[in-house]
Design a protein. Sequence first.
Length: 289
Amino acid sequence: MSSGFANNVQAKAQEIAKEDYEKAKVLLSDAARSGAYLYPFRGIVYFLTHKSLWKPFSSRVLPVLGLTAGVFASMFFFTYLPQLAILVFVNGPFAVVTTVVLILNESSTLVNIISRNFLLQDALLDTFDGTLVARNATEVVSEGRQLKSGNDPIGRLGKIVKSPFEKFTPKALVRYVMYLPLNFIPVVGTVIFILLQGRARGTSVHGRYFQLKGWSSSQQRDWLERHTGPYTTFGTIATILEMVPVLSMFFAFTNTVGAALWAADIEQRNTQMTQGTAPNLRESAKKAE
């Protein structure tokens, strides 16, 4: 009887594993077809080759660099050994590496919370809107702010008439703390932790775009659920890039540029993600109005 129960449990576990595998395969397929994984890198290239987008970045370099250096140095000095002492029991020799990865993630999260709420919010907003203007997506930008005449995409940005990016919420902080124990699982746990952070990050990268489009919470949720793979991929790569010490601020701006390039392609229906889905959402948005 016990062997029959064990066989049933094993069969159920295999069934669940197969379902999860199929779901993962679909998500990866969607991410690959959308090309979302390329946009963080496209953002780097586009930002470096378009000096007109540098003004918001250059105006915040010194204060954010000081903040970044202070946070990373403090975290490594005060928390490396205590966290290493804990992780060494579960990760063994890999603890040296996983502790560094954990502290990089913790430090980048702290820098993001402080900088995005107090130092970078307006600059990132201008960078996102300016990139859309540079990509000739002026119609959607004009829904959220006044636009001036001229050739400089940043110089054309006028008064904001729609709320900017959402700030870091307590819910996001609670979720981050909840996932921290995953780092106790050797190697795999750290990878899963970063993927979960990437998934959470992915849901916010187009917050400004959704605001400009006037989509309701249900419309945003529907869009994100339909495209979980692409947004998780983008968010994961963006998270990893912003974990790089000193360069985290630079990548915060290039990731914003990448997200805006992606939004411009969606708006111009120049991506497979817009086949069938975006028009439906546009119709829903019009009905909501």
